[in-house]
Design a protein around this ligand. Structure first.
Ligand code: G5P
Ligand code: MG
Length: 220
């Protein structure tokens, strides 16, 4: 496993494979990982005040307000032992992107582009292990034992926001509120697009890109 110095975000529509591809990045490179959605779901499960507030929005497929998310993710980033991390699910709006940029200049923004019709069929089959954020699917990356997490053997659950009407709302909000974040990073010249219908097709390209990025930073 390589040690890296890298501050990066992974962007893409709900269900585009951010969690799946992040797990493959973490398998190859040593970096911290923060998924805003995983952290919020863990807070919901533990019934913390932020969890109770976030639940109202998440269950309807809406975004949690910017001020709440900016404070929440900033505090999660402060807890990390290094400045080498991968952020998944944040920023989701230009306000969040600006707030992050003021605190941390990123090196790389990975943008996953997967057709929406592919996404909708995937999300229906998703299962998650809430404490770790590990994600499985009925047809792709199946758990070794149905309904159980591969590592801990604990039960897997469905996400409340994976119901078809909620996923539709999440995809709509992605188009209106999150797409401008892509332009924000494109203007900063750190955005790289990755196209494909499957994570198997996209993830080698992402791993390659991180490798090249690291080689280039070493040589400069
Ligand atoms: P999240 O948790 O950040 P989303 O909507 O960004 O949620 P999501 O749904 O977690 O993204 P993903 O991580 O991009 O999707 O995708 P994934 O889980 O890896 O893959 C989806 C499914 O497809 C899985 O079952 C996987 O196994 C399968 N799969 C992957 N690749 C393939 C493949 O190649 N083939 C097949 N067949 N299957 C595959 O945010 C949730 C909510 O939290 C709030 C919002 O309310 C949000 O809706 N939130 C925020 N609100 C405001 N601001 C923020 N910054 C927020 N962050 C979170
Ligand atoms: Mg995810």
């Amino acid at each position: 496993m390589s040690t890296v110095a890298l501050k990066t975000v992974i962007l893409g529509a709900p269900g585009s494979g951010k969690g799946t591809i992040s797990a493959r990045i973490l398998n190859k490179f040593k970096l911290e990982y923060v998924s805003s959605g995983d952290k919020l779901r863990q807070n919901i499960q533990q019934k913390t005040s932020i969890g109770l507030e976030a639940l109202k929005y998440i269950s309807e497929g809406k975004l949690v307000p910017d001020d709440v998310m900016i404070n929440f993710v900033s505090s999660e980033l402060r807890k990390l032992p290094t400045k080498t991390w991968l952020l998944d699910g944040f920023p989701r709006t230009v306000t969040q992107a600006r707030a992050l940029w003021e605190k941390e200049k990123l090196d790389l923004a990975i943008n996953l582009i997967v057709p929406h019709e592919v996404i909708i069929s995937r999300v229906e089959g998703r299962w998650v292990h809430l404490p770790s954020g590990r994600v499985y699917n009925d047809t792709f990356n199946k758990p070794k034992v149905p309904g159980k997490d591969d590592i801990t053997g604990e039960p897997l659950t469905k996400r409340d926001d994976d119901k078809p009407e909620v996923i539709k709302k999440r995809l709509e909000l992605y188009e209106t509120l999150t797409r401008p974040v892509i332009d924000f990073y494109r203007e900063k010249k750190i955005l790289i697009d990755f196209f494909g219908k499957t994570s198997d097709e996209i993830s080698p390209q992402v791993l390659d890109c991180i490798n090249k990025f690291l080689l280039d930073s070493k040589n400069n």
